[in-house]
Ligand binder design. Structure first.
Ligand SMILES: *Cc1c(COP(=O)(O)O)cnc(C)c1O
Length: 392
């Protein structure tokens, strides 16, 4: 298209949002005698559990680890099946394969991008042991239907809530609904500790198992070696992993959590602003939000009305890039990745709704530190591109 870009400097797709609170707490951790899992991690766990309304929380180094250890703790393995969405990040499916269980994908609802409970029903077998719903973009899945299915079939619900901290379903916080919920604190997420994750649950036995597995399979009492009453002796009681959270990460998390509601409120406000301004442009579809819930607005998934445009999604992203607007795509369908295609035996055409959404989706910048001008630049860049390529 050429000409002057919508803005002079590049607007990144995502940006973390810290202030002196995080910085002071990290310095406090560095100045203390304990920098790995310790008092700050325990405090972060306690405060996060209270925030989401769960009884137990185990801080880990990623959401991937939280999902993995939940499956391991439930004893899910060879011969078992786990149903999840094809419209997710690779790790949701990778952890199932790491446990030598079989991932079974069920297509999404085209309005919410979330797993469709009717599709889940078609995929249930005697071997199904768990369902991993992914709350896409921060919009809760249809939990009532999924819980009903899980209860009838005796399978576990392990929620991939990487996008959904702060979200609510019918007045209940995500983290207080399924058997276990995994959160991500990756750099771009609504609450970040750089890298990090948390597994929350009301099941004490599950939380104990996850905690032990996260630290080499050391006996529970070994944890006391972290504190004054600890001793040198520990026992390895099972084959574990190493994915605990450090107090340096937790120092960041404690303050991110306290600001989370204000972060989400800003995301809601900015998303509504984008909804109104972009809807006026036409040729694109703004995100659908269901009633009865609080959407965490982690991602703003714009959909192109491809039959009204003479460009495809890839070209539209290039044009946004030349307008100095950073974007990305959520998600490349699981079965389009060569590894999963070959390992799972799925092919193009197996998940038509996921595939159609993928062709049309662009994730726009949306985060609390954006200014009104940033938002307006995004809108005017879209307006400019639609002006050049929109069919009359
Ligand atoms: C980011 C993300 C993950 C992985 O989170 P990590 O903390 O990086 O392991 C898992 N699932 C979804 C849907 C994600 O977006």
């Amino acid at each position: 298209m050429g000409g002057n870009p919508a803005r002079k400097t590049f607007l990144p797709f995502a940006r973390p949002c810290f202030d002196d609170k995080e910085r002071a707490e990290v310095l406090d951790a560095l100045g203390s005698d304990w920098i790995t899992t310790g008092p700050k991690t325990l405090k972060f766990e306690k405060e996060l559990a209270a925030y989401v309304g769960s009884r137990y929380a185990v801080a880990l180094n990623s959401c991937t680890a939280a999902l993995h250890l939940a499956l391991a703790s439930y004893g899910i393995g060879e011969g078992d099946e786990v149903i999840t969405s094809p419209f997710t990040f690779c790790s949701t499916v990778a952890v199932i394969l790491h446990m030598r269980a079989k991932p079974v994908l069920a297509d999404v609802d085209e309005r919410t991008f979330n797993i469709d409970p009717e599709e889940v029903k078609k995929k249930l077998t005697r071997r199904t042991k768990a369902i991993i719903p992914v709350h896409f973009a921060g919009q809760p899945c249809e939990m009532d239907s999924l819980l009903r299915i899980a209860q009838q079939k005796g399978v576990k619900i392990i929620e991939d809530a990487a996008h959904a901290i702060g979200a609510e379903y019918k007045g209940r916080k995500i983290g207080s609904i399924g058997d276990a919920t995994a959160f991500s604190f990756y750099a771009t997420k609504n609450l970040t500790t750089g890298e990090g994750g948390m597994l929350v649950t009301d099941d004490e036995e599950l939380s104990e198992k996850v905690r032990i597995l996260s630290l080499h399979g050391m006996s529970r009492d070994a944890w006391k070696r972290y504190f004054a009453q600890g001793s040198w002796y520990y026992e390895i009681t099972q084959l574990g992993y190493k994915c605990n959270m450090s107090d340096i990460m937790a120092a960041i998390g404690i303050h991110q959590l306290r600001k989370l509601d204000s972060f989400v409120a800003k995301r809601e406000k900015y998303a509504s602003y984008l909804d109104r301004a972009i809807a006026r442009i036409g040729h694109v579809t703004v995100p659908y939000v269901s009633a009865d819930l609080r959407h965490a607005r982690h991602i703003y998934p714009l959909l192109l009305n491809l039959d009204e445009l003479s460009v495809d999604r890839t070209k539209f992203i290039e044009e946004l890039r030349s307008e100095n607007i950073g974007t990305t795509v959520h998600f490349i369908p699981i079965h389009y990745h060569p590894y999963f295609r070959d390992a799972l035996g799925y092919k193009k055409g197996d998940f038509p709704k996921t595939e159609a959404l993928y062709e049309r989706e662009i994730s726009l910048p949306l985060y609390p530190s954006m200014t009104k001008k940033d938002l307006d630049d995004v809108v005017s860049a879209i307006g400019k591109i639609v002006g050049a390529y929109g069919k009359k």
